[in-house]
Design a protein around this ligand. Structure first.
Ligand code: PLP
Length: 453
């Protein structure tokens, strides 16, 4: 007899992982190195440390150490909102009438409302330890800026956030949460930086982009003594920190002797998915177990499914290192999809390599289908999901429906990365029937891809 599975599998505080797991250590084909945009040679630790914190540079370049200890100060912070529950979606299963067993790992139970806090607190800690005064960053939809401002408040670091102007104006509540936690928030492009002034002169009245905001944040970090730049996704260090999600999920499953058949996550820059799958992918890479792993991306920004695996810039200003990744081209500007956190043109180099080597699959979801799934989920499971997370919900529901047809009792795990309280304008659009699905044409994609470096 197997043990009855509770609605929520909670771990104890002592089960918060003591180390992060670095998937790259088990990869035979390592992700390609970041290149210096000038010399096209691999970026050295010294070059990177002009922009990033020293310890984070070490983590970024470390592709051999499988477990990296989580400092006690970070674990203490994690205790405020972790371990995060692993939920057996009994209500959803019942409503769907599926024999599938559906689980989700919920990362929305902190004020920032997403998994991003897992890496924000680590990055703030290493900045503090290095004796820095503060950090700079960009934020689009605002989740990362919020998470970072919370982390900086905790370690008493200055936090300068460049927020894409259109979001700054449309999401005053996110901006106010950041300010409440002590961050300064500047709409980007701004007059406060050289690159901002240049962009404004060339494009007066522009409402900004993530690429511009990155360029401004990097400029401020490199021109101010005691500041470094931090990033909330894409980088290897961020995937490393996010491995707490997968490690906890695996520990919770292990308590009941459960093994998921498939793992589903939304993919913007790849950090939550990379974190969720980490220990499972480790087993897969070492040949100990097999899992089906599915990345879900918006049809409006399909890096994996319609992009090219090539070296590209991470920002539109072309000042950041070149990364080899699935990309739509750094000049590609995705249609204004409401899942702001999934609007990046590229993808984590680690996930790109794994996808290229056939260790995972990728699918796209259309915006209106995603919101339909979001509302279905909200009504049966109670949680109001973030639009980003709802991409994973959509595909989990699709897979559960397939099980209903075939009668297979598959175990499905998906990542519920956050809550959607700040996305109610998007929900309003959907409820009013005013949401559309923009899918880029091949010609549009080719245009941006033809400009790859
Ligand atoms: C930022 C964000 C994402 C996407 O980022 P990844 O790095 O791809 O994980 C997904 N969900 C939420 C709620 C987010 O805030």
């Amino acid at each position: 007899m197997s043990k009855e599975i509770p609605y929520k599998i909670y771990l104890d505080e002592k089960d918060i992982p003591s180390s992060w797991y670095n998937m790259r250590a088990d990869m035979k084909n390592k992700p390609a190195p970041l290149l210096n945009p000038g010399t096209r040679q691999p970026m050295t630790a010294q070059e990177l440390s002009g922009v990033f914190c020293e310890e984070l540079v070490k983590q970024e370049l470390d592709e051999t150490t499988p477990y990296i200890e989580i400092p006690q100060e970070i674990r203490d912070f994690y205790k405020m909102y972790r371990p995060a529950p692993l939920v057996r979606a009994y209500c959803l299963e019942k409503k769907l009438g599926t024999p599938a067993k559906i689980y989700y790992k919920f990362e929305g139970n902190n004020t920032s409302g997403s998994h991003k806090l897992n890496s924000a607190i680590a990055q703030a800690y290493y900045a503090k330890k290095q004796g820095l005064k503060g950090v700079t960053t960009e934020t689009g939809a605002g989740q990362w800026g919020t998470a970072l401002s919370m982390a900086c408040a905790y370690f008493e670091l200055d936090c300068k956030v460049f927020m894409v102007k259109v979001s700054y104006e449309q999401k005053p509540f996110r901006r106010e949460v950041m300010r409440t936690y002590g961050a300064s928030v500047t709409p980007s492009p701004s007059e406060t930086t050289e690159v901002g002034r240049k962009i404004l002169a060339e494009h007066p009245g522009t409402t900004g982009s993530l690429g511009c905001a990155i360029s401004e944040a990097v400029e401020v970090a490199t021109h101010n003594e005691g500041y470094r730049y931090v990033l909330g996704s894409v980088l290897n260090q961020v995937l490393l920190h996010q491995s707490v999600i997968g490690l906890e999920a695996k520990a919770a499953f292990d308590k009941y002797g459960i093994r998921p058949d498939m793992i589903i996550g939304c993919a913007g820059g790849g950090s939550n998915l990379g974190g969720l799958i980490a220990p499972f992918m480790g087993e897969k890479l070492r040949g100990e177990a097999d899992y089906r792993i599915i990345a879900v991306e918006p049809a409006s920004c399909p890096s994996f499914t319609r992009g090219k695996y090539a070296y590209d810039f991470c920002d539109t200003g072309m000042i950041c290192p070149l990364a080899k990744m699935y990309t739509l081209g750094s000049s590609f500007i995705p249609a204004p999809n409401h899942a702001g956190g999934l609007r990046f043109h590229g993808m984590s180099t680690t996930l790109s390599q794994l996808y290229h080597d056939g260790y995972m699959e990728a699918v796209t979801a259309k915006q209106t289908d995603v919101f339909e799934a979001a509302e279905y989920f909200a009504r049966v499971e109670g949680i109001l999901p973030a639009p980003e997370s709802s991409h994973a919900i959509k595909v989990a529901i699709d897979e559960a429906k397939k099980c209903k047809e075939t009668g297979e009792e598959k175990t499905i795990l998906f990542g519920l990365t956050g809550t959607g309280y700040f996305d109610l304008v998007a929900y309003e659009k959907f409820n009013d029937g005013k949401m559309d699905d923009y899918i880029p044409t091949d010609a549009e994609l080719e245009e941006a891809l033809s400009r790859l470096p």
